[in-house]
Ligand binder design. Structure first.
Ligand code: MN
Ligand code: MN
Length: 307
């Protein structure tokens, strides 16, 4: 049987990396020949998880590494803009996700998406449905991603299903999920070793809000003022990206994971969209968005509506 390539989105987060690992484990247990890959290297938060478990990072796929006609499984994304460049020419067997549907295919496939906080919550259900046991490692991978995507169950994207999954998984893993989760999130906020270019691409999503071309980048921190010290450099980098990619807007969200607010820096000819969407006035290109932590729920829908 041909190998199936499993991978999450570009600029992988903890959900994309762990869901690929967990999906490959499930597929293998079900007798399928599947292997974990990633469309980028793990970030610091994900590194913390992999080190904690002694698991190696998945092999990185570069453009062209997945041959046309190959079997693939997508996790934690379905948007072609966030996937491999030849997505139209491969055979998508399955998609397991929790984002809005963007992909379209000319053939039937297994498509499982639920409006929950994390792909791993769907994976948790798939293990139960298939009667496959969740061991300690798999439980830790799953709960790490749920904590990451829901910012320790505090994000508005978090559902009761996510909470119940984390509680059950913490029991299986034998972990105090609150202290483990905070350490893991903090590991992801250490920006000291990054250049401004790297900070600007850490969790950048390029997408279109109607016909407004945007990049929305999110950086987690335990201290907004610490990151704002880099404002001038960050703005210079954002301006470069706007020019080279022809963007209408570059939005950088600096999210305080302890107090659940985001400081936004917005540049580009459609920066007015931020003011309109949140009823704020940008001063020196920046404003505090109180209570905003979720790009998916509190940024993209509101910005699209106003675009
Ligand atoms: Mn993700
Ligand atoms: Mn996710």
């Amino acid at each position: 049987m041909d190998k199936t390539y499993i991978f999450g989105h570009k600029n992988p987060d903890t959900d994309s990396i762990t869901s690929s690992l967990v999906m490959a484990n499930l597929e293998t247990k079900l007798g399928n020949n599947a292997e974990t890959y990633a469309l980028g290297t793990p970030n610091k938060e994900t590194e913390y998880v992999l080190n904690y478990l002694g698991i190696e990072a998945p092999k990185v796929l570069n453009d062209g590494d997945v041959p046309d006609g190959a079997n693939v499984i997508l996790v934690d994304h379905n948007n072609p803009e966030e996937s491999i460049p030849n997505l139209d020419n491969v055979n998508i067997l399955k998609i397991v996700d929790h984002h809005c549907v963007k992909v379209s295919t000319s053939y039937p496939l297994y498509y499982r998406a639920e409006p929950v906080g994390c792909t791993e919550t769907v994976m948790y259900k798939l293990y139960k449905e298939n009667g496959v046991e969740i061991d300690k490692k798999i439980a830790t991978l799953m709960l790490s991603a749920i904590i990451s995507d829901t910012l320790l169950l505090k994000s508005p994207t978090c559902t009761e299903e996510d909470v119940n999954a984390v509680k059950d998984l913490a029991k299986i893993a034998g972990i105090d999920y609150e202290s483990y989760g905070l350490e893991m999130l903090k590991a992801g906020t250490d920006l000291s070793s990054f250049t401004t270019e790297e900070i600007l691409s850490l969790d950048a999503k390029q997408t279109s809000l109607k016909d407004v071309k945007v990049i929305i980048n999110q950086v987690n921190t335990a201290s907004i003022p610490e990151v704002m010290k880099l404002k001038a450099d960050l703005e210079a980098g954002m301006k470069k990206e706007i020019e080279s990619k022809g963007l209408d807007l570059f939005m950088l969200l600096i999210t305080d994971i302890v107090n659940s607010n985001s400081q936004v820096i917005a540049l580009g000819k459609r920066a007015d969209l931020v003011e309109k969407s949140y009823g704020v006035k940008l001063e020196d290109n920046t404003a505090l968005l109180k209570g905003v932590v979720s790009r998916k729920k509190q940024v993209i829908p509101i910005m699209t509506e106003n675009a």
